[in-house]
Design a protein around this ligand. Structure first.
Ligand code: OSB
Ligand code: MG
Length: 361
C-alpha cells in the first residue's frame, strides 16, 4: 500500500446515557478518526480509543492527536516504524489500524480472515456503569433491560462503596455469566473485602489494583476465589507473559488500542492460547469503526469469554457506519467485507465533526 495522505478528524458523539466508572463519568465520546488514503484512492479507517482525560490510561485524545500529527505521521511518511517512540500505544494503534484497513481493502481481504478468525458471530457482553444516582434499583432495571435484549454476559463496574451489595442484588435476579471491573480502585488492604465477592460465582474480577501492582494482584489471587483478569496492566505480549508467569492474572482482557494495535493483540491472544489462559475483547465505547475491528478480533479461537462488545445502540443513538451493529440472539455478526468490513457513514461523520485536517505524505 502506497500512502498518499492521512486525514485526522475529531468527532463528538453524545452517549445515550452517561457512563460512570471508578475513574469518572463520560457523557460524550470525543473520538479521533484516522483515515489512511492510498495513492489509488483506497481509504482505510480507524478510531483512536484514547479518552477525553488521562484517567483510564496516561493517554488522552488531545495528546494522542498531537503525537500522531507530530511524531507518528512523519515517521510513517518516511517509511520508518514507530519503535523509536515510547508508549503512546493508542495513538500507534489508530495509525496502524487505518493503514492495515487500507492495505486489506486493496487486497480484498477481511480483517477477520487476516487475523485468523474462526467464528462468524461473537457473543455480546455489556459493561454496566455505576448509576449516576448510585441507586441499586436503577442498576437492576438496567441489567434487566440488557438481559432482555439478549446480552450473554453482564459486567458491573465497581468501586469501594459500590461492590458487594450491588453484586448481591444483581445475582439475586440474574444467574447468568457475571463479572466485575474495578479499574484499579482498590488496594492490597482490600483483599478481605474483595473475598466477599467469592460467593457470587463471578467469571472474574477485572483490574482490582493499580496497573503497576502485579505483585499485589498475585498476592490477592491467593486470597480470593474469583479469578483475576488484568486490563490496564497489560500493554504488550511481554507484559502479559510476565503477569501470567507470576500469577497476577488467570484471564486477560485484550484491547487493541491499549496494546498498540491488532498485530500485538493477536500476539497476546496466541501467547495466552499457548499458556491455556482465556482472553476476551475489551471495549472503549467504540463507534462502529472501532467496534467492527474488535468483533473481527473476538472471532479468534482463544476469545472464549464474551467481550465488552455490545450493539451500537448501547452507546449511540446514531452510529457512524451505514450498518450499525445489532444483536442477533445475543451475538454480533463478524463483518466479512474487505478490511474492517463496514462502511463509514460520511454524512453522519460530517455532522459530528469538530475539526478535520489532511496531512499529505
Ligand atoms: O475498563 O473496560 C474498561 C470503557 C472505557 C474505559 C475502560 C473500560 C471501559 C468499559 C466499557 O468497561 C467497555 C465498552 O463497552 O466499550
Ligand atoms: Mg476494564
Amino acid at each position: 500500500m502506497k500512502l498518499a495522505a492521512v486525514e485526522l478528524r475529531r468527532i463528538e458523539l453524545e452517549l445515550v446515557t452517561p457512563f460512570r466508572t471508578s475513574f469518572g463519568t463520560e457523557t460524550t465520546r470525543d473520538v479521533l478518526l484516522v483515515k489512511a488514503i492510498a495513492d489509488d484512492g483506497t481509504e482505510g479507517w480507524a478510531e483512536c480509543v484514547a479518552m477525553t482525560e488521562p484517567t483510564y490510561t496516561p493517554e488522552y485524545v488531545d495528546g494522542a492527536h498531537r503525537v500522531i500529527r507530530t511524531q507518528l505521521l512523519p515517521r510513517l511518511f518516511a517509511g520508518h516504524d514507530f519503535a523509536a517512540v515510547k508508549g503512546h500505544r493508542m495513538a500507534k494503534a489508530a495509525v496502524n489500524t487505518a493503514t492495515l484497513d487500507a492495505t486489506l481493502r486493496q487486497r480484498n481481504t477481511s480483517l477477520a480472515s487476516y487475523l485468523g478468525a474462526t467464528r462468524s458471530e461473537v457473543d455480546a457482553g455489556v459493561s454496566v456503569g455505576i448509576p449516576t444516582t448510585s441507586s441499586i434499583d436503577e442498576l437492576l432495571a438496567t441489567v434487566a433491560r440488557h438481559v432482555g435484549e439478549g446480552y450473554r454476559r453482564i459486567k458491573l463496574k465497581i468501586e469501594p462503596g459500590w461492590d458487594v451489595e450491588p453484586v448481591r442484588a444483581v445475582r439475586a435476579m440474574y444467574a447468568g455469566p457475571l463479572q466485575v471491573d474495578a479499574n484499579t480502585a482498590y488496594t492490597r488492604d482490600d483483599a478481605g473485602h474483595l473475598a466477599e465477592l467469592d460467593e457470587f460465582g463471578l467469571l472474574l474480577i477485572e483490574q482490582p489494583l493499580a496497573e503497576d501492582d502485579l505483585e499485589g494482584h498475585a498476592a490477592l489471587a491467593k486470597r480470593i476465589r474469583t479469578p483475576i483478569c488484568l486490563d490496564e496492566s497489560i500493554e504488550s505480549a511481554a507484559q502479559a507473559d510476565h503477569a501470567i508467569a507470576i500469577g497476577a492474572c488467570a484471564i486477560v482482557s485484550i484491547k487493541p488500542g491499549r496494546v498498540g494495535g491488532y498485530e500485538e493483540a493477536k500476539r497476546i491472544h496466541d501467547l495466552c492460547a499457548t499458556l491455556g489462559v482465556p482472553v476476551w475483547c475489551g471495549g472503549m465505547l467504540e463507534t462502529g469503526i472501532g467496534r467492527a475491528a474488535n468483533v473481527a478480533l473476538a472471532a479468534l479461537p482463544n476469545f472464549t469469554l464474551p467481550g465488552d462488545i455490545s450493539a451500537s445502540n448501547r452507546y449511540f443513538e446514531h452510529d457512524i457506519v451505514t450498518e450499525p451493529f445489532v444483536l442477533h440472539d445475543g451475538r454480533l455478526r463478524v463483518p466479512t467485507g474487505a478490511g474492517i468490513g463496514v462502511t463509514p457513514d460520511l454524512d453522519a461523520i460530517e455532522r459530528a465533526t469538530t475539526t478535520v485536517e489532511t496531512v499529505k505524505a
